[in-house]
Write a protein that binds this ligand. Structure first.
Ligand SMILES: C[S@@+](CC[C@H](N)C(=O)[O-])C[C@H]1O[C@@H](n2cnc3c(N)ncnc32)[C@H](O)[C@@H]1O
Length: 233
């Protein structure tokens, strides 16, 4: 029998994977493995060190079960937190976890916007401009084609001063497949830094590598995970 591999997209695969973890163990979806609270708190402290204030509009792309949202929903002004993920299950479970910590009333009052997206074209949030965007531990799981889609479309939802942070896994062997196979799902999605830089420059962005030592010790760098900051050229 001929199996049409490309009929099962990587996004569908990721969605099923996240759905199942979110159902079984919602506090498990995060990186590095330092505990759900701790993982979110470090991202939160990092963002504050980068000038995040309560009035900023924030997009947490690939937010999972809201490890970061757990702190940002409480911190930001009403309506300023948007969490987006391909897994509706993660969003539901994440909201429950945040409600457990800060209370259902508080979450309601803060009006977080939680959106299930289909792809990285941002059709779900078109017309908005975010001051800060965090994409933490998302592209590390995805073929570079998804990063390319992000770079081609991000312009739609930022302004001249927006700050964008994202993690990638550094390596030379960019895996070309855009659909999962039993083998490819075990591969790490390394991106070639020169290719990433070229892609960004061609699309009007410049890139800096953030020193993660202060907030994550060596837990990112020892796994060759780089935190990038993107801005307009
Ligand atoms: C390792 S988790 C990281 C969650 C969160 N950012 C954190 O730091 O705790 C990766 C998340 O990315 C989501 N994801 C994967 N592909 C995505 C896509 N194309 N668009 C949005 N989210 C995606 C997964 O569903 C999962 O929740």
């Amino acid at each position: 029998m001929l199996i049409r591999l490309s009929s099962f997209s990587y996004t569908q695969f990721q969605r099923r994977w996240t759905d199942s973890i979110a159902s079984d163990n919602p506090r498990f979806i995060h990186f590095p493995r330092i505990g759900w609270e701790e993982a979110g708190y470090r991202q939160f402290l990092f963002l504050k060190s980068q000038g995040l204030k309560t009035h900023h509009k924030f997009l947490d792309l690939g937010c999972g079960t809201l490890a970061l949202g757990n702190y940002l929903i409480e911190y930001l002004d009403r309506g300023n937190y948007t969490g987006m993920d391909i897994s509706a299950k993660a969003l539901i479970k994440g909201r429950e976890l945040v409600e457990r910590r800060i209370g259902r009333e508080k979450v309601k009052e803060k009006r977080p916007i939680l959106i299930q997206n289909r792809d990285l074209t941002f059709s779900e949030v078109i017309g908005q401009a975010f001051d800060y965007i965090m994409v933490f531990s998302v592209f590390t799981l995805l073929p570079i084609k998804h990063f390319e889609e992000f770079v081609l479309n991000i312009e739609k939802i930022i302004n001249q001063d927006s700050k964008i942070f994202l993690t990638i896994l550094l390596g030379e062997h960019t895996h070309p497949l855009s659909f999962p196979t039993p083998l490819s799902t075990n591969l790490k999605h390394e991106y070639d830094l020169n290719l990433v830089q070229e892609l960004l420059l061609l699309n009007g962005h410049k890139m800096g590598i953030v020193d993660t030592n202060e907030h994550w010790g060596n837990s990112l760098s020892e796994r060759r995970v780089a935190l990038l900051e993107l801005s307009h050229r």
